[in-house]
Design a binder for this molecule. Structure first.
Ligand SMILES: Cc1cc2nc3c(=O)[nH]c(=O)nc-3n(C[C@H](O)[C@H](O)[C@H](O)COP(=O)(O)OP(=O)(O)OC[C@H]3O[C@@H](n4cnc5c(N)ncnc54)[C@H](O)[C@@H]3O)c2cc1C
Length: 472
């Protein structure tokens, strides 16, 4: 009898899981599962949503991904796409300090004279290599870590806006070991972040690798959503859209799991299930089966974010420095958390010589911003752009996309929460195997990390099917 695997959610983690189930099964004799991906939305891709509006093409969700993630490399091959590295200009990044854009330089002299930190802040940062290193299992917030190692100015002016950029999150609430585990490892291994950076740079140079940070911002000619779309189109499995799973239950007879779809109430049986939706939606599906897991999942906050895309004519393009964009600390008094200069990131996003920007609003430090209506959001963002870049022009194009639950927050206690979830799921699988979780709320919020987590769940399911097969 052919086993059936159901994957709930066709974001990148669900699609990665589905492809992995097919790939790994094909390498084992006797397992040829039927794989079905059920997606509530009318389109696949989840947060990866590229929108085309006449000549303007913009990302409503992730801008791209960092190259070098094996799970994504594998998916790009399956999709038959050619990865598109961002333009060289995207390497220039800016922060806002004192209401002005300031470039973040890697070279020490340029960094010191950029105006990002005052003399006391610079002196305090210079002490970093001489400070005692961490206690390995200390859980502290990103802000406390940055303040301990680099000082208050760096924590507020450099690190906090960076946390807004990655998590739309509050550095004072997020857990360093959960959100940036590599930072903690580097501190413990090298006893200093500066020493770690220097050693890693040297090691890369000696091995002939790139001197800069690992990974290059990458997308595709048709935008990031090309990847999930192609993965679904070329899938050697079924993908059903507009198919919301309403419940998952342990079946008393037949296959171990029974899923019920919204609407017609159709029931589907499965030998294995991967829940690859957001934390909140997986929580809803686990409420009856695993109430404690459901409560833990529901407790992961994902504050809302609005993405405001604006297109301007050639006059405006001249006012914007060529670069990736700018991050803005809350204390600067702007509504936007950051602005991305899309015209300089990937080709084909705006008409020739026109300017496309996207402003991010809301997040953990300003969730009330999402109470604004569309006109108010656009007005607030235009005010920011006028103050920051002198952009007074009327946009030729505008659109607002709202994400009511954008990015999961790895708050203090997150690692313990994930450990509890994993332990409870393991305990359940000991008696009733086949139900797995995937998604960006566990071990990394980046697009590539979500794919890696889906891939891992896919692997586990094939191991389970193989074990079942041997028992028969
Ligand atoms: C505004 C924004 C900007 C971002 N920028 C970046 C960036 O630049 N770089 C980066 O690396 N990452 C970025 N991210 C994060 C990244 O987009 C996500 O981590 C990643 O796309 C999550 O993928 P996922 O498959 O885990 O979840 P999702 O993409 O959320 O997919 C989950 C899917 O499950 C479906 N689903 C849920 N419940 C059910 C159900 N009951 N039945 C059926 N289907 C269901 C949903 O409809 C959805 O399609 C950004 C995120 C946002 C919101």
């Amino acid at each position: 009898m052919t086993a059936r695997v159901i994957i709930v959610g066709a974001g990148i983690s669900g699609l990665a899981a589905a492809w992995k189930v097919v790939d790994d099964s094909s390498e084992r004799d006797g397992i040829h599962p039927e794989v079905i991906v059920l997606e509530a939305a009318a389109e696949v891709g989840g947060k990866a949503r590229t929108l085309q509006r006449g000549p303007w093409m913009f990302e409503a969700g992730p801008t791209g991904f960092l190259s070098g993630e094996p799970a994504l490399d594998e998916l790009v091959r399956h999709a038959g796409l050619t990865a598109l590295p961002a333009k060289a200009a995207s390497a220039r990044r800016f922060l806002v300090r004192g209401g002005q854009l300031r470039e973040v330089h890697a070279k020490p002299f340029k960094f010191l004279t950029s105006g990002l930190l005052g003399p006391l802040g610079i002196l305090r940062m210079a002490l970093e290599p001489f400070l005692p290193a961490c206690e390995a299992d200390l859980e502290e917030s990103i802000y406390d870590f940055a303040r301990r190692r680099l000082g208050r100015q760096a924590a507020e002016r450099l690190v906090s806006p960076m946390v807004l950029g990655v998590f739309a999150g509050d550095a004072r609430k997020l857990s360093l070991p959960a959100a940036f585990p590599r930072m903690r490892e580097l501190e413990c291994q090298y006893k200093s972040l500066f020493r770690a950076l220097a050693r890693l740079k040297l090691a890369r140079r000696e091995s002939g690798g790139p001197a800069g940070p690992a990974g290059v911002l990458t997308s595709f000619e048709g935008g990031l959503a090309s990847l999930p779309r192609a993965l679904a189109t070329r899938a050697p499995f079924e993908v059903r859209t507009s198919a919301r799973v309403e419940s998952v239950a342990a079946a008393d007879f037949g296959a171990p799991w029974r899923l019920r779809l919204a609407g017609a109430g159709e029931a589907i049986e499965a030998d294995a299930v991967i829940l690859a939706g957001e934390a909140r939606s997986s929580a809803a599906l686990l409420e009856d089966l695993q109430p404690a897991v459901a409560a833990d999942l529901a407790g992961i906050d994902s504050p809302p974010v609005a993405v405001v895309a604006l297109g301007f004519g050639p006059q405006a393009l001249k006012k914007v420095p060529r670069g990736f964009g700018a991050l803005i600390a809350r204390s600067e008094g702007f509504r936007s958390m950051g602005v991305l200069f899309d015209s300089f990131l990937f080709p084909g996003r705006a008409p020739e010589d026109h300017l496309l920007v996207r402003c991010m609003v809301g997040g953990a430090t300003d969730p009330k911003a999402l109470e604004l209506d569309e006109e108010q959001l656009i007005g607030a963002v235009r005010e920011d752009l006028a103050r920051l870049l002198g952009l007074q022009e009327t946009p030729l194009f505008h659109e607002v996309v709202r994400w009511p639950r954008a990015i999961p927050q790895y708050e203090l206690g997150h690692l313990a929460r994930v450990a509890r979830i994993d332990a409870a799921m393991d305990a359940m699988r000991a008696t009733r195997p086949g139900l797995h979780l995937a998604g960006n709320y566990r071990h990394g919020v980046a697009f590539g990390k979500a794919a890696a987590q889906g891939r891992e769940a896919g692997k586990q399911v094939v191991r389970h099917l193989a074990a079942n097969d041997q028992r028969r």
